[in-house]
Design a protein around this ligand. Sequence first.
Ligand SMILES: [Zn+2]
Length: 104
Amino acid sequence: MENITDSDLQFYALVWVFLSFGVAAYGNSMKVGFFPTLLASIFLSPVVGLIIAAVSGKKEAVKTCPNCGWQGLLHPSMAGFCPACGKNKHGKTKADYQTNVVSS
Ligand SMILES: [Zn+2]
């Protein structure tokens, strides 16, 4: 058995907290966010925090509508259509596509 001294424990605690902040910085770019990742890392372990962050998936980027300048998160059901003006990045509305389908 190795003797673990107080200074060893302090060192491990520092490494633990340091790793937790590193994982939390990663969690900040993920859906779970900075603080939940930090808490999970400190109280469970940085490895657990890392897994939680990875599993939660990437934070969705804020989209800007090129037609009206609306900014926000697009819901998957909108399929790329802006909720403010109803146009997609090609400047077409859902109705435009439906008319195309009918006429062709
Ligand atoms: Zn728009």
